[in-house]
Design a protein around this ligand. Structure first.
Ligand code: F6P
Length: 554
């Protein structure tokens, strides 16, 4: 099957019908009881892949559920879809492109054809170009306009040209090479520009303008501001090439901006922005952690690619995560999914996952343009534990919504401090345990009686103390967050997102929705600066434009 010929509508498949019936039969399913009755549940519902250990036993599932979900995946043609993506078929149908981020992590010697041409030599040539740049900067051979070494690198980019590299360079901070600090400039907000540049010295700062399209408003505005700042700080046009490089697939636009041709790192249209951290878009990461570590990152991701390709669905980690999440979205009415990394260094993981998942699977038509007949991507949210415990976990425990959660925790901390990491790990486990077990009315009453409260007080307080429990979660344990395991972890979620898109028959690799806001923004801007009247706008937008203009006039 050529995958881009839209797969069947899953809601019409026999397995969907069987799952709907199974869902009814699962109405009274209790995780507490399941654990009591099934001593092997943890062993049965856990697995290891590429240095990641997944415990999915705290899900609202039985063996039958898993079997039916995998039947659905097979009936939907998932095997073909995975092969199609990895082999470079046109899985991005609306833009008529393959989505070959997996090629970026393949080792030398493998072949990947795009339009009949092997792209691997080019992939490894660019890795060589990156190695050269990183080496020159780390060895003080690349110098700024006053001959001083580069100490700070500022990545100017947004969306996929920001979130992935930021996640990885922060997560791998323990692997940072001394001498080069990384900063990220994304928003068009002048406050961010000021905050970032206030810490910098133009003589020792290198800007990387990261933009696949080289046509993104925020990035171009920030790049222009950076150039102005560099010139105002003593830099010259002649030495600009020492301070500005670009990563883009729009070479000409970068040249027109003034970037020296030899400072342009290529990207390819067959890599989507949110999947691009493995390409030269990862340069800030490579500069932060060194090329050897960057290649380890690629190796970890490649391991997950092979796992996806070769492992039967029942033991296939991305397929399992995808099907479990689909189970809750499509059969239990879950509308969001929480990610709760218990690791300070993974604090930016949720931001990356939000783009990865929501920009990919926030779609309501299928590849062939027909409307979807079931819900697609959930809202992705979350943040680092334990901070979330003291903020939004209350809703997870006692709110009216069913919100599946993924807990992610390393066994080893790079910064052991007394018994802190044991407490951190304990908190992670106890949160998923509390979500699962909850507290029954009888337990709540017994607890209150044990405190010596009157029976009247016990009855008054008990309803507030009952916690429903039976709330599903996965726990991913990583021995330590090192480049290889992080590569596997990020690739795991890339594949999870793809698997879901394949099941729903949607295109995970386009993002037409974000274009509308950009188009309208241009008109609003023209009205704000007075070069266009706002009469064509709706009354609300017109009123808000007028409010802004009147304050600026005043
Ligand atoms: O507008 C959304 C988006 O196109 C993302 O998909 C992308 O990652 C981001 O903008 C940045 O795009 P570019 O790398 O072309 O500047």
């Amino acid at each position: 099957m050529a995958y881009y010929q839209t797969p069947p509508d899953i809601t019409r498949l026999p397995a969907w019908q069987a799952l709907s019936e199974h869902r009814q039969a699962m109405r009274a399913f209790s995780l507490r009881e399941a654990f009591a009755e099934q001593p092997q549940r943890f062993t049965d519902f856990s697995l290891t892949a590429c240095g990641l250990f997944l415990d999915y036993s705290k899900n609202l599932i039985t063996e039958d559920t898993v079997a039916l979900l995998m039947r659905l995946a097979r009936e939907a043609g998932l095997e073909d879809a995975i092969q199609a993506q990895l082999d470079g078929e046109t899985v991005n149908a609306s833009e008529r492109r393959p989505a070959l981020h997996t090629a970026l992590r393949r080792p030398i010697g493998e072949q990947v054809l795009v339009n009949g041409e092997d792209v691997m030599p080019d992939v490894h040539r660019v890795l060589g170009q990156m190695t050269d740049l990183v080496g020159r900067i780390h060895n003080n051979l690349w110098r700024g306009y006053s001959e001083k070494s580069i100490t700070d690198v500022v990545n100017i980019g947004i969306g996929g040209s920001f979130l992935g590299p930021e996640l990885v360079s922060e997560a791998l901070l323990p692997f940072a090479q001394r001498g080069v600090r990384c900063h990220y400039l994304a928003n068009i907000d002048g406050s961010e520009f000021r905050e970032v540049t206030a810490r910098l010295n133009a003589e020792t700062t290198l800007f990387i303008v990261s933009s696949k399209s080289f046509n993104t408003l925020e990035t171009l505005k920030n790049a222009q501001a950076a150039r102005t700042w560099y010139l105002a700080s003593g830099g010259s046009e002649q030495k600009l090439y020492r301070h500005f490089i670009a990563v883009t697939s729009n070479r000409q636009a970068a040249i027109d901006f003034g970037i020296s041709e030899k400072n342009i790192f290529p990207m390819w249209d067959w890599v989507g922005g949110r999947y691009s951290l493995w390409s030269a878009i990862g340069l800030p990461t490579a500069l932060a952690i060194g090329m050897a570590n960057f290649k380890e990152l690629l190796t970890g991701a490649y391991c997950m690619d092979q796992h996806l390709r070769e492992t039967p669905f029942e033991q296939n980690m991305p397929v399992l995560l995808a099907m479990l999440s689909l189970w809750y979205s499509n059969f239990w009415g879950a509308q969001s999914h929480a990610f709760l990394p218990y690791d300070h260094n993974l604090r930016n993981f949720v931001k990356h996952l939000q783009q990865l998942d929501m920009e990919s699977n926030g779609k309501s038509v299928r590849q062939d343009g027909s409307p979807v007949t079931c819900s697609t991507g959930p809202v992705i949210w979350g943040g680092v534990g334990c901070n979330g415990q003291h903020a939004y976990h209350q809703l997870l425990h006692q709110g009216t919504l069913l919100i599946p959660a993924d807990f992610i925790v390393p066994v080893v901390s790079y910064n052991p401090l007394a018994d802190h990491h044991h407490w951190l790990y304990a908190n992670c486990l106890s949160q998923s345990q509390a979500l699962m077990l909850g507290k029954t009315r009888a337990e709540a009453e017994a607890e209150l009686r044990a405190q010596g409260l009157s029976e009247e007080e016990v009855q008054r307080l008990a309803p507030h103390k009952v916690i429903p429990g039976n709330r599903p979660s996965n726990t991913l344990v990583v021995e330590r967050i090192d480049p290889r395991r992080l590569g596997a972890l990020v690739a795991l979620y890339e594949h999870k997102v793809f698997v879901q898109s394949a099941l729903w028959g949607i295109n995970a690799f386009d993002q037409w929705g974000v274009e509308l806001g950009k188009d309208l923004g241009r008109n609003v801007y023209q009205s704000l600066v007075g070069s266009q009247d706002a009469n064509g706008e709706d009354a609300s937008t017109r009123g808000l434009i007028e409010y802004f203009r009147s304050r600026h006039r005043g």
